[in-house]
Write a protein that binds this ligand. Sequence first.
Ligand SMILES: C[S@@+](CC[C@H](N)C(=O)[O-])C[C@H]1O[C@@H](n2cnc3c(N)ncnc32)[C@H](O)[C@@H]1O
Length: 197
Amino acid sequence: MATYEPRDQFYRKARELGLPSRAAFKIEELIARGDLVRKGGRIVDLGCAPGGWLAILARAVGPGGLVVGVDLTEVKNAPRGVTTIAGDILDPAVRERVVAALAGKANLVTSDVAPKLSGIAVRDEARSHELVATALDFAIRALAPGGAMIAKIFMSGEFNAMVGKFKEHFAKLEVKRTKASRPGSAELYVIARDFIR
Ligand SMILES: C[S@@+](CC[C@H](N)C(=O)[O-])C[C@H]1O[C@@H](n2cnc3c(N)ncnc32)[C@H](O)[C@@H]1O
């Protein structure tokens, strides 16, 4: 069985660098290759608290870019220039607020959303599936043609069906595991490029 070491190298490095979470290293790894983020880019980050991804994304787009984050939990000390919204992405009114803050189309939608686990596998999988499906629907609405999405998906019985849904909307798809994910974690990341419709 995998061991869980809460104070591993990524945890310590995040503390040293003053980053709000070890999750920052996951997005660094995911955007390291290719042209997913550029200066002046426009990004929406779903499930953004406590703000590790926001810190990396804000730095990557620079002062001429735009980053809007949303989470159930309020983000304390969001990076300068980042707009954060406290709310539930399953609520259409909250998604409208995100669209309004974006005021235009996005080049990239990221989603690290994960449900609070109940310990009841069937319920947790269904909730997780609903969140990924909602994130994808949001991306379809918010992305400019040719845009990209990075989304966390947990390995489950629904995994292949969900990857199939991404393929309907993006011309290129990769599925990756990150080094900064906790050992034994079932989380994977879809990197979807060339948004079609
Ligand atoms: C793994 S954490 C995200 C970490 C973040 N990427 C970072 O770098 O700090 C997952 C987040 O999803 C959020 N979340 C779960 N369900 C949500 C929902 N329905 N709407 C908005 N956020 C949600 C949780 O509150 C939690 O902060």
